[in-house]
Design a binder for this molecule. Structure first.
Ligand code: SAM
Length: 479
């Protein structure tokens, strides 16, 4: 074991992990830790992430100055720097460590750090730009946007926040653009194909949803093989004769808007050349726009519209989904893709700047100023009046973030009229609407200033002699 002359006892910061760390899980979900990429866990501590990733058949090596100094930190496609920067008390060494990790990364560097919202969990004396705990361990807690701009500054790369406290610095523009594309339009799902007839059905379904024919390399292998004996002209005729023209037009409209959204997000994060876009995006641009230039100009106008209060407010009023209040629009996660494109852009820009939390149910977009909050209501579907558990807010102008936990609150804020957060055709809407109607009839919404928190709502239920049984309002039994 290497002897270090550190001013804090850094090895003590490495904990044993029973499960994969949050950043590694996030990177797996974001398809950054694939089996074709080499992975280096730089500052791997006791190596539990390395072992868990090995079990997932990843090609991974761990290096740590204390626990694994005998392995060599070799250049790798992906470098993980998980909760290392926090524990380095010397700012020059902290920066050097980040630089070294960046030098070793071929495709992407994944940096995670503990955030200021954990302040209450870390006690100690002020030491440099952090705290020295009684166990002699050091912690510099980062602000979410501080982490992103720090990594951007040291690496000189364009950085995307994946989740709060987890950022990706890409060395390879194509990898960055493909990641952004995946965030906006997850890969199209294909129906399974077992014979030529089902392969044709799958193809027609794709064309109706995407609004254009796929290229062979966009198809699942089995479908491509089953259709290989057909000539391109035959395929076009088959699709023309079978597919629903109205659905293709709708699919085309959706793909046009998704492409615009993608290009606007890309501009927000730094635009690359056409040939660095993922192949499917290039095909969408060719199919739905006269040129890349025209597509970019429209996307730029969309990004400009984000600054226009009147336009944004108009889009919120016109939105087919969401609950509009005097300050903001609230939309359930299941309905966000149905918001007008400028509002989807609003949410995406905030998530790239500060990271979208792993757990959230409802997003709140303010119409004055620009701030996005992701609110977590873990029991949204079960609880007739879901109680908020936490919220994470980013101000798009200052890039300040804040996190609120209601875990210790004795009277949490709760929701009413749940159906308003969802798309009108959501299967749960009729049940939720029936409950709202019966609550209205029972006079439960007479005092809006009282019903927004658990205690106030309970007292209003008592005043009206009612109680809830699941999503049914019933008379309260008399004692
Ligand atoms: C909080 S632990 C994180 C360990 C591991 N990445 C995890 O998440 O389980 C911090 C680790 O950083 C390592 N470390 C300290 N200084 C470092 C440096 N300059 N370069 C790389 N790693 C360092 C420590 O040895 C320690 O194992």
């Amino acid at each position: 074991m290497q002897q270090q002359t550190w001013n804090s006892d850094r090895r003590r910061t490495a904990i044993g992990r029973a499960a994969l760390s949050v950043p590694a899980r996030q990177a797996l979900a974001d398809r950054q830790l694939t089996s074709d990429r080499t992975i280096l866990d730089y500052g791997c501590g006791r190596g539990d992430d390395v072992r868990a990733l090995e079990r997932l058949e990843c090609n991974v090596v761990g290096w740590d100055p204390y626990y694994r100094s005998e392995t060599r930190a070799e250049p790798s496609a992906v470098v993980l720097l998980t909760y290392v920067l926090n524990v380095i008390e010397d700012p020059t060494e902290r920066r050097e460590t980040l630089k070294r990790a960046w030098e070793l990364a071929g495709t992407v560097l994944i940096v995670s750090a503990r955030l200021t919202w954990e302040k209450s969990k870390v006690r100690g004396e002020v030491f440099g730009d952090g705290l020295l705990t009684s166990r002699q361990t050091f912690q510099h807690l980062f602000g979410a946007s501080e982490l992103r701009s720090y990594v951007e500054e040291v690496t000189g790369a364009r950085v995307v926040s994946s989740a709060p406290g987890i950022v990706y610095a890409f060395k390879d523009d194509a990898a960055r653009l493909s990641y952004l594309a995946h965030r906006i339009t997850p890969d199209a799902e294909w129906l399974t194909s077992e014979d030529t007839a089902s392969a044709i059905t799958a193809l027609v379904d794709y064309v109706e949803r995407r609004g254009r024919l796929p290229r062979v390399d966009e198809m699942p292998r089995a479908t491509a093989e089953l259709l290989a004996h057909l000539k391109p002209g035959e395929v076009r005729r088959l699709v023309h004769d079978t597919a629903d023209a109205g659905k293709i037009a709708e699919g085309g409209k959706r793909s046009t808007l998704n492409t615009l959204l993608y290009l606007a997000v890309e501009l927000f994060n730094g635009r690359g050349p056409f040939n660095s876009l993922p192949a499917s995006m290039q095909l969408d641009v060719r199919a739905f726009f006269t040129s890349y230039k025209e597509a970019c100009q429209r996307a730029d106008r969309l990004l400009l519209k984000l600054r226009d209060n009147g336009y944004v407010r108009g889009a919120m009023n016109a939105s087919a989904v969401g609950k509009m209040t005097p300050t903001a629009l609230y939309v359930h996660q299941r309905a966000v893709d149905l918001m007008p494109t400028v509002l989807r852009l609003y949410e995406h820009c905030a998530s790239i700047a500060a990271g979208r939390p792993q757990e959230w149910t409802v997003v709140k977009l303010k119409h004055q100023g620009r701030s996005v909050s992701w609110l977590n209501y873990p029991n949204f579907d079960k609880d007739p009046h879901p109680r908020v558990e936490s919220s994470y807010m980013v101000d798009l102008q200052s890039l300040e973030t804040s996190h609120l936990s209601y875990a210790n609150s004795t009277s949490r804020p709760l929701l009413h009229r749940k159906h308003e957060f969802l798309a009108p055709d959501d299967p749960d809407v009729p049940r939720y609407r029936r409950l709202t109607e019966s609550e209205l009839k029972a006079d439960l919404y007479a005092n809006p200033h009282l019903i927004g928190t658990e205690n106030g709502w309970e007292s209003e239920l008592a005043r009206c002699g009612r109680t809830l049984r699941g999503h049914r309002l019933v008379r309260r039994p008399t004692d």
